[in-house]
Design a protein around this ligand. Structure first.
Ligand code: C5P
Length: 397
């Protein structure tokens, strides 16, 4: 897996002669596995054509804040939400000043304001401009706000001057974007995640189950792997691909999942119970297919053991995070679950709406612990997974 595999990068290209290098930056980001969308400012368009950037990024170039059609397909808010990181390369003195002032005067500055993902800028301008107090003060302010500056190189410039201000090499820019994602926050930590739906046999043909796809659990696994953790997955019935590298154990029924968790829980630092485990199993599953008849058929169910609750009661329990998929009295039910199960946090998701939660690629959740609750607005499960792991890291590690 490359450092930018599955990462979505918005590349802002602003008005500097170095904009002619932007298609190469797109290619180098793609080499590391990124999907790239480009925002071209008016200044940038003086130095590079939309067509070159469209051809290399394989996506429509975004260049206008007021384009009604673009707003309908992917407007500035969607673009900001879509991005895992914003890279501005080259970043002109004017764009740097806009960011410092918090302006929303064009599409690029608006997307920066509307996003909550990391922002990197690679300044490129004449060496005298770069050395000016105005630019240097602005860069210092941006660094203070958490924006990462990719320093320009020293050398001959397009204008004939020699000095610091040349855009950093495309490979170096892509490498710095990649390094930002190679976080080691969970380095050396072990994380056990249950995911997907369990299946409770009625007879050899029929079963009881639920709509869980395992996508949220897999997104959490990806985020843990990215952060350097050793991940063990206890996998129920899923309809998504499996994250590598991870230890993978398959468990079909609630009983098998319980056993697999208990066999693997020792020495784990974090347990995330993301699986939709059946609360009941069939009391006497039949060995042969039940024949159709006109009689009412009664199937007796017995409660399953609560994996999360039992892990929370282990003498050396890991940090325990549960999920609450609710359709009514959402907060109240989730808070009760937090107390009753004895876990450290519950992630609440509303599964009553069809476009969120089960099966969907998107979700909106509330992270509830014993002190506070944090609302995470609708976003892709991948992005929510990263945010949840960031919160777990900040709160408990
Ligand atoms: O009580 P409820 O099933 O709503 O709780 C949901 C949470 O408990 C989820 O984190 C789920 O993975 C976990 N759970 C479990 N074992 C069960 C039932 C639920 O670990 N038998």
């Amino acid at each position: 897996m490359s450092s930018l595999t599955n990462k979505r990068i918005v590349l802002g290209v602003s008005g500097s002669i170095a904009a002619y290098k932007a298609p190469d930056i797109v290619r180098r980001l793609q080499d590391l596995g990124a999907e790239v969308r480009v925002i071209l400012t008016q200044g940038g368009a003086q130095f590079i054509t939309e067509l070159s950037l469209q051809a290399t990024s394989k996506n429509k170039v975004h260049d206008n804040l007021w384009d009604k059609e673009a707003e309908l397909s992917m407007g500035h808010i969607e673009l900001a939400k879509w991005a895992d990181a914003l890279l501005i390369a080259p970043a002109s003195a004017n764009t740097i000043a806009n960011l410092t002032a918090g302006k929303a005067c064009d599409l690029l500055s608006s997307v920066v304001l509307a996003s909550d993902c990391p922002v990197l800028i690679a300044p490129a301008m004449n060496q005298q401009m770069y050395a000016s107090n105005g630019v240097q003060d602005n860069l210092a302010t941006l660094v203070q706000r958490g924006i990462q500056v990719i320093d320009p190189a020293h050398g001959a410039q397009a204008c004939g001057d020699i000095g610091e201000g040349r855009l950093a090499e495309s490979t170096e820019i892509a490498k710095q974007v990649g390094s930002m994602f190679l976080s080691t926050k969970l380095s050396g930590k072990k994380v056990l995640i249950t995911l997907g739906a369990t299946i409770e046999a009625i007879d050899p043909v029929r079963y009881l189950s639920n709509h869980s796809s395992g996508k949220m659990g897999m997104a959490l696994a990806d985020a843990c792997i990215e952060a350097g953790a050793q991940v063990t997955l206890i996998i129920g019935n899923i309809s998504t691909s499996i994250s590598e590298p991870s230890k993978q154990i398959y468990a079909s029924s609630a009983k098998q999942m319980y056993q697999s968790v208990m066999e693997n829980i020792k020495d784990q630092d974090i347990f995330i119970a993301c699986a939709a485990v059946s609360d009941y199993s069939v009391k006497n599953p039949k060995n042969h297919k039940i024949k159709k008849s006109n009689q009412v058929l009664t199937i007796e169910l017995t409660p399953t053991k609560d994996i999360l609750k039992d892990v929370c009661q282990l003498p050396q329990k890991p940090i325990c995070i549960g999920f609450a998929a609710e359709t009514q009295n959402l907060l109240e039910n989730a808070q009760n679950k937090l107390k009753n199960k004895g876990c450290d946090a519950i992630i609440l998701n509303d599964v009553s709406s069809a476009d969120l939660g089960f099966k969907s690629d998107e979700n909106a959740v509330v992270f509830i612990d014993h002190k506070s609750s944090i609302k995470l607005a609708k976003n892709s499960k991948q992005k929510l997974g990263r945010k949840i792991i960031e919160i777990i890291n900040k709160k408990f590690l």
